[in-house]
Design a protein around this ligand. Sequence first.
Ligand code: SDX
Length: 447
Amino acid sequence: MPDVNPEFVKYAELHIPGRDPIKLPILKGTMGPEVIDIRALGKEGYFTFDPGFVSTASCSSRITFIDGAKGILLYRGYPIDQLATKANYLKTCYLLFKGELPTPAQYEEFEYKVKHHTLIHEQINSLFQAFRRDSHPMALMCGIAGALSAFYHDNLDIYDPEHRENTMIRLIAKMPTLAAMAYKYSIGQPFMYPRNDLDFAANFLHMMFATPAEDYKVNPVIAKAMDRIFILHADHEQNASTSSVRLAGSSGANPYACIAAGIASLWGPAHGGANEACLRMLEQIGTCDRIPEFVARAKDKNDPFRLSGFGHRVYKTYDPRAVVMRETCHEVLNELHIKDHPILDVATELEKIALSDEYFIERHLYPNVDFYSGIILNAIGIPTSMFTVIFAIARTIGWISHWNEMQEMPESRIGRPRQIYVGKTLRDIKASPARRRSAKSSAATKI
Ligand code: SDX
């Protein structure tokens, strides 16, 4: 893998009263802002303080580029809207992991390998029985994805590129199977085995909605929409769940355990759980006339309520994925002849109101990837509790591609942030009054 280091541009000087200035290199990547390299500060006795890593680059990466101000998202240099309309999810997986789109021959071999790893070890079926039927499917995904490490712990040398690629293939192949099993388990239906005559998205829909009693005819328009949802969610630079995977992987942990860490982090409503939270919010709003009440709550500092599906740490304009998602939403509703979808009406009106409201405008709060995805999944018949699981299926390739890149990067070290300590200063345990009395009396008897 060619070693692409950031380029040195110039020095910054940090002037701290009472000491010589500290020179810090300023680096530049192939795209994006200049970065101040602060690695020397530790030796100078300083930490930097950046809760939530708002201004911190944790690594250098070649995988995904985001320009939040311009609403640009590139996977290995290709714009997300081109991939969403001209590629498919498996080609996108190949691109994210290997760095280039596959040739037809490479794609045929890759698709064959993925299809022949979609089955899971039959013993894993019994793991599902350990969960309550009404468990949140993300709880099952956290547990069972992590349990995969028990099945592959021995034949996995994380320093062997071939082992790492086999792990990637196993993970992207098995996540849809596990996800569909989690859904079937929750509704008490038998698990459906994957089928090698179906493509990635169609196979997932088959495992979700077919039963042994009758076949399920996959609607090609719905399968294409599902595949596009997977593409849009495939990767997104150093987001919370990818950073969780990188941090877990930095200790040399088994990649299946690292993916479980990513699934756990994605579950939160501020991150991947927002698509589930967004649909529940739209259902709670219910009708357009109630929108002002919820917008007022979102603006009220004393109310923890926020508009799910709105705002983003990086995008300060429209999330480019939300644009494609909105078009896909209308395609799916038209294909399913859903005319006046009540939740879509609320979403469309909420978007219009929020985008004209000073509070959202001055904070650059726009719809993000989660705003429309829930309506599409709801229309397809996927239960709300499965929305973040769909996100996890898609993001697995991003997680494992970053995990793989970290193993290849020479500067990779165990991740170990520091802190500003604001607790108690040094102090001794004081003897209790009883212990002081007995100490006094024993001292007296010694004289
Ligand atoms: C994803 O990082 C990624 O790349 C994530 C992701 C990916 O692909 O991996 O893109 C996927 O997680 C998308 C985001 C999904 N989350 C949501 O939709 C939840 C709602 N959004 C917010 O919780 C929030 O916008 C975050 C978490 C997304 C971003 O939080 P930040 O960057 O820490 O911003 P902030 O909380 O500091 O907010 C800045 C201001 C605050 O007001 P002030 O204190 O300045 O007055 O904007 C306000 C916030 O109160 N604000 C909102 C809001 N989001 C931010 N107010 C109302 N509703 C919202 N949704």
